[in-house]
Ligand binder design. Structure first.
Ligand SMILES: Nc1ncnc2c1ncn2[C@@H]1O[C@H](COP(=O)(O)OP(=O)(O)OP(=O)(O)O)[C@@H](O)[C@H]1O
Ligand SMILES: [Mg+2]
Length: 226
């Protein structure tokens, strides 16, 4: 099942919400440092697959593994620890804590991880690279959408995660700001060697990836093996 190069994978995932089948035998393998664009129509199961891969949802059936370990059968506590240490997340609307400044939002996971001064320095550098150092001490609720989204990218990258899960990270931005946020996310992920699973409806966004996979009716379409 698990060759030495695979970082993250799932096989035969099934998950239903009541009568709705969200995943119907979905399988995927992601290599270390690989940038994968996950595409497909609304309702195809993209977000559900992402949540299963990230250990947020447990599938009804099938396996998820990360770094040689089964994620789907791990305790909630161990899965949470993996999410905090090894994964980074960027969602469509940033999901920052509105009452904290952009800087505090970026530092929050680092503080939970009791990260050292090198990580704190890296966070400051990311605010600079993403060109939000100027607004870093403003509340997340009071900045522009593109600025909040850049902070979400900085937060996802600061602890140098093995995998970044990005679910339509630029869906709420205009195309120019979206392009900047995304190309920066991918450039920095490549620098750190992080894998990225990027859900998008936009072909131009997907063009930044190493590989595109298409989901339909809860499964990956044919011809998408690594
Ligand atoms: N928490 C939930 N409760 C009930 N049904 C759900 C839930 N989450 C997802 N679904 C259903 O599962 C199916 C897959 O949903 P999912 O959100 O994974 O699709 P998606 O591909 O991400 O779509 P979109 O492109 O619109 O974000 C859909 O039919 C959806 O309505
Ligand atoms: Mg979705």
């Amino acid at each position: 099942m698990n060759s030495s190069r695979e970082l993250l994978g799932a096989s035969g995932l099934r998950l239903s919400f009541g009568l709705t089948t969200a995943l119907d035998g979905a399988s995927i393998v992601v290599q270390p440092g690989e940038i994968v664009a996950l595409m497909g129509p609304s309702g195809a199961g993209k977000s559900t697959l992402l949540h299963c891969l990230a250990g947020i949802l447990r599938p009804d059936d099938g396996e998820v593994w990360f770094d040689g370990e089964r994620l789907d059968t791990m305790s909630d506590r161990a899965r949470s620890a993996h999410r905090l240490r090894r994964f980074g997340f960027v969602f469509q609307f940033g999901d920052l804590v509105p009452e904290l400044t952009l800087r505090e939002n970026v530092l929050l996971p680092l503080r939970l991880l009791r990260a050292g001064s090198d990580a704190l320095d890296r966070a400051a550098e990311l605010l600079d690279t993403l060109e939000i150092d100027r607004v870093a001490d403003r509340l997340a609720a009071e900045v522009a959408g593109g600025e909040a989204q850049r902070a979400a990218v900085a937060r996802a990258l600061a602890h140098q995660p093995a995998v970044i899960f990005a679910d339509e990270p630029t869906g709420a931005l205009d195309s120019v700001s979206g392009e900047v946020v995304l190309s920066t996310l991918i450039r920095l992920a490549r620098q750190h060697g992080s894998s990225v699973i990027l859900v998008t409806h936009d072909n131009r966004v997907a063009a930044h990836a190493d590989r595109e996979v298409v989901m339909r009716d809860g499964r990956l379409a044919a011809g998408v093996a690594a």
